[in-house]
Design a binder for this molecule. Structure first.
Ligand SMILES: Cc1cc2nc3c(=O)[nH]c(=O)nc-3n(C[C@H](O)[C@H](O)[C@H](O)COP(=O)(O)OP(=O)(O)OC[C@H]3O[C@@H](n4cnc5c(N)ncnc54)[C@H](O)[C@@H]3O)c2cc1C
Length: 284
C-alpha cells in the first residue's frame, strides 16, 4: 500500500525515510510534470510541513539556504552582491506563481541540464547538505549532480540545505538566460558569472554555463583568461578567444549544438560584462 506523510520535524522526516522508500514532494513543480497522468505507485513524503527547512541563515563560515526555501524567498532576502546571479536566475524560473512555491533544492534534485539555478550555485561554490537518520554529508554541487536526472542522493537521505561558503560569496555577479522567447521558457543556454575586482583588476572569476552539457559546467579556460585583466571591454575579447572545451551541447528542438556553442560564448560575454556593470553593447 502506498502512503502519504507530511512530517513536521526533520527528525520525523528522516525516520520515515529510513523505514521505507519515498518520493519527496517539495513545491511539486517538477514532481507533477514527471508524474503525468499515471497513477501513483510510490509513497509520497511531503516536506512542506518542515518549517525548519525554509529560509536563509548566516553562520560564521556559510550562508545556509534551507531545502524548502522558494525562489521568491531568495529574491526577498538581503544577500551580498555575489548572490545577484542566483537572484536573477530565480526570477527566470517559470513564472511568479512557480517561483512562489518551487524550491531551490528541488531544482538541484531534479537534475535537469536546463535547471536555471545550477550555474549560479556553481559560481558560488555551493555545497549540498544531505542528511539521513544516521549521517550528514556535504557535497559540492558538481559531486551531487552526476548527470541528466541523476544525483548522488542515497536511499534514506534528503537534501536539508544548500550552503555557500562565505569566502565564495564575494565580488559581483550576473545571470543571463537565452530562451526562444523572453518569459516562461526552458533555457537554450544560460550563464552565471561572478567576478572579484581589486584595484581595477580581475582577481578572481567564476563562470558557469547550463543547458550545453548534461550537467552545467564551470569554464576553467574562460576563468583563467579573465584573471589579471583590467576591467574594461578587453574582457570580451579575452572570452572570445578562450577555450570552452567543457561544453558538449546536443541539438534539439530548442537549438542545434553549433548554435548553442555560439550563443553560449556570446552570453558568457554579456554575463561577465554585466557582473562588472559594463555595457555589453559597447563591446560589440
Ligand atoms: C510551468 C513551469 C515552468 C518552469 N520553468 C522553469 C525554468 O524556467 N527554469 C527552471 O530551472 N525550472 C523550471 N521549472 C521547473 C521547476 O519549477 C524547478 O526546477 C523548481 O525549482 C523545482 O522545485 P520544487 O520545489 O517544485 O521541486 P519538486 O517538484 O517538489 O521536486 C523535484 C524533484 O526533487 C526531489 N526533491 C525535492 N526536494 C528534495 C529534497 N529536499 N531532498 C531530496 N529530494 C528532493 C523530488 O523528489 C523530485 O524528484 C518549471 C516548472 C514548471 C511547472
Amino acid at each position: 500500500m502506498i502512503r502519504y506523510a507530511k512530517p513536521t520535524t526533520v527528525d520525523e522526516a528522516l525516520a520515515l525515510l529510513g523505514e521505507a522508500s519515498w518520493r519527496i514532494f517539495a513545491g511539486g513543480t517538477d514532481f507533477y510534470p514527471a508524474q503525468g497522468a499515471r497513477p501513483f505507485r510510490d509513497s509520497v513524503l511531503d516536506i512542506n510541513g518542515l518549517a525548519a527547512l525554509r529560509g536563509i541563515a548566516e553562520t560564521g563560515a556559510h550562508w545556509v539556504i534551507g531545502a524548502r526555501t522558494t525562489w521568491t524567498d531568495l529574491v526577498r532576502h538581503p544577500l551580498p552582491a555575489a548572490f545577484d546571479a542566483l537572484k536573477q536566475a530565480a526570477r527566470e524560473v517559470g513564472s511568479v506563481q512557480i517561483q512562489n512555491v518551487a524550491s531551490i533544492a528541488g531544482n538541484l534534485c531534479n537534475a535537469s541540464p536546463a535547471a536555471d539555478g545550477v550555474p549560479a550555485l556553481l559560481v558560488l561554490d555551493a555545497e549540498v547538505e544531505l542528511r539521513s537518520a544516521a549521517t550528514v554529508r556535504h557535497l559540492p554541487v558538481p559531486e551531487f549532480i552526476l548527470g541528466n536526472r541523476r544525483t548522488e542522493l542515497r536511499p534514506g537521505e534528503m537534501v536539508t540545505a544548500i550552503r555557500v561558503p562565505k569566502n565564495a560569496a564575494t565580488g559581483t555577479s550576473a545571470f543571463v538566460k537565452l530562451g526562444a522567447r523572453r518569459y516562461l521558457v526552458i533555457s537554450i543556454a544560460m550563464v552565471a558569472a561572478r567576478l572579484v575586482i581589486e584595484n581595477g583588476i580581475v582577481s578572481d572569476a567564476a563562470v558557469a554555463v547550463g543547458s550545453c552539457s548534461a550537467v552545467a559546467k564551470r569554464l576553467s579556460g574562460v576563468e583563467a583568461a579573465l584573471r589579471g585583466l583590467p576591467v574594461d571591454h578587453a574582457l570580451a575579447a579575452a572570452i572570445q578567444s578562450a577555450p570552452i572545451d567543457e561544453l558538449s551541447p546536443i541539438g534539439d528542438v530548442r537549438g542545434s549544438a553549433e548554435y548553442r556553442i555560439d550563443a553560449a560564448r556570446e552570453i558568457v560575454v554579456r554575463a561577465v560584462l554585466g557582473a562588472v556593470a559594463l555595457d555589453d553593447k559597447a563591446a560589440a
